[in-house]
Design a protein around this ligand. Structure first.
Ligand code: ADP
Length: 447
């Protein structure tokens, strides 16, 4: 016996849950399928924050920003390969996404600086705590309150369409591997990216062979295959981002906020080598060019006090600590004199408000308070910018440039929003903003 509903959402990460909340708000009956044992997907791992321009939180801090500047930063960061229409939506509506999340109890009151952003616009919980878990628990509570039918350990295995090519439902497998069919008026693909699918990653970008990933094990890209099976067009598939500061042995990504809040990168020769706030592609390449392809994030107690997110790295024992730069250099095995000189030169630059060496324009604090710390990092596969082509209504497009009726997509499974390189903070903005759009439009179509 087949089931029937208005909308099936495939994937319960940030995009899928945002879509589910909005579709339910619009009066649609929604079933969410999530193959993993829990909801949250890779979104739970997001530590940085959510980019938005013109928010109350920015105003309170006296930060002058505009949607136009946000647009320009995003296009420039993406090497202008982004779909401008999608970026326009992202940069004008992210602010509403913040208001929307806050109205359900999310905490996005702290604003920080991230790579590639001209001003501070990455929104995160008080004290710089991780954003993903906060947003996911907010959305999870909301769908519970709305009585949405969320099915974990239920995997979508096929999309069904009729003879006219309209999507009419989903074939799924329940937790016992039993197949069943859900007929639906609309289907939303929100399955995330494919960073954890090494074979798929290197099929598009061979040079990433052997790279570790920061992603959850479910990021395997089935949504791409599901979309393709009903004729979806794929864009930017070779655009795959590495995150520059990862501890691969532990599978941990050190959030960009550490650099944003003032940490510097030091190589094995004890030298700074780059403006730490350049975009992820540039900083990743910069690190790979250093001895052994690694670098150390260097910071102190002053930074630690202002950024709660770092405590996790202490708990996980990723951090080498010392009472002085000299001692720290000894412990991590880099040249003492060079490292002391690098730190001093940097602190002088902070005092002079000018980084002559590497032109870093945001110099928040001198690194000379209390203890000093180092974390050894290297790049790992982090985000797949490419995916299903969508239009501004989050409708999936086919290879002939037409809408595939009844099929919507949002989040990392889509391509076009981030172009050739995603800015830190833009994934959260993307998944919530386009997740909402997908949910709203799918609900309209289901009426
Ligand atoms: P986004 O950031 O775009 O929301 P996430 O990675 O946070 O992406 O969430 C995507 C979710 O989709 C993950 O929880 C993942 O386990 C789930 N998922 C992926 N493929 C399937 C599938 N075939 N069926 C059901 N759920 C899936």
């Amino acid at each position: 016996q087949d089931e029937s509903t208005d909308i099936v959402v495939i994937g319960a990460g940030g995009a899928g849950l945002s879509a589910a909340v909005e579709a339910t708000n619009a009066g649609a009956k929604v079933i969410v399928l999530e193959k993993m044992p829990m909801v949250g997907g890779n979104t739970t791992r997001a530590t940085g924050g959510l980019n938005a321009a013109g928010t109350e939180a920015q105003k309170k801090k006296g930060i002058e920003d505009s949607q136009e500047l946000f647009y320009q930063d995003t296009m420039k960061g993406g090497h202008n390969k982004n779909n401008p229409e999608l970026v326009k939506i992202l940069t004008t509506q992210a602010k509403d996404s913040v208001v929307w999340l806050e109205s359900m109890g999310a905490d996005l009151s702290d604003v920080g600086r991230a790579g590639g952003a001209s001003v501070s616009r990455i929104h995160r919980p008080t004290g710089g705590a991780a954003v993903g878990s906060n947003v996911i628990s907010t959305l999870k509570n909301k769908v519970k309150e709305q009585n949405v039918d969320v099915r974990v350990k239920n995997k979508a295995v096929a999309i069904i369409k009729d003879e006219q090519g309209k999507v009419t439902g989903v074939k799924a497998e329940n937790k016992d591997g039993k197949a069943y069919t859900i007929n639906a008026k609309a289907v939303i693909l929100a399955t995330g990216g494919f960073s954890a699918n090494q074979e798929m990653v290197i099929s598009y970008k061979p040079e990433l062979k052997g790279f570790a990933t920061t992603n959850h094990p479910g990021a395997l890209g089935e949504g791409i295959t599901l979309g393709e099976s009903v004729g979806a067009n794929l864009v930017d598939m070779a655009e795959i981002q590495t995150h520059p500061t990862v501890v691969p042995e532990k599978g941990v990504m050190v959030t960009e906020a550490v650099r944003g809040n003032g940490a510097i990168l030091i190589n094995k020769d004890g030298k700074r080598f780059i403006n730490e706030l350049l975009t992820r592609d540039v900083v990743s390449k910069g690190i790979l060019d250093q001895k052994d392809g690694v670098a150390y994030l260097f910071f102190d107690d002053g930074l630690r006090k202002g950024l709660k997110a770092v405590e996790e790295y202490f708990n996980m024992q990723l951090v080498t600590e010392a009472d002085s730069v000299e001692e720290l250099a000894d412990k991590i095995g880099v040249d003492k004199d060079a490292m002391m000189k690098s730190v001093k030169t940097y602190n002088d630059a902070v005092a002079a408000k000018q980084d002559k060496e590497f032109k870093r324009d945001d110099l928040p604090l001198q690194l000379n308070q209390g203890k000093v710390y180092a974390i050894q990092v290297t790049p790992a596969v982090h985000h797949t910018m490419g995916g299903l082509q969508i239009n501004t209504n989050a409708e999936v497009m086919n290879k002939e440039g037409q809408v595939i009726k009844g099929l919507y997509a949002a989040g990392e499974v889509t391509g076009g929003v981030h172009g050739g390189n995603r800015l830190g903070g833009n994934a959260m903005a993307d998944i919530v903003t386009f997740g909402r759009i997908a949910g709203q439009n799918a609900a309209k179509a289901a009426k």
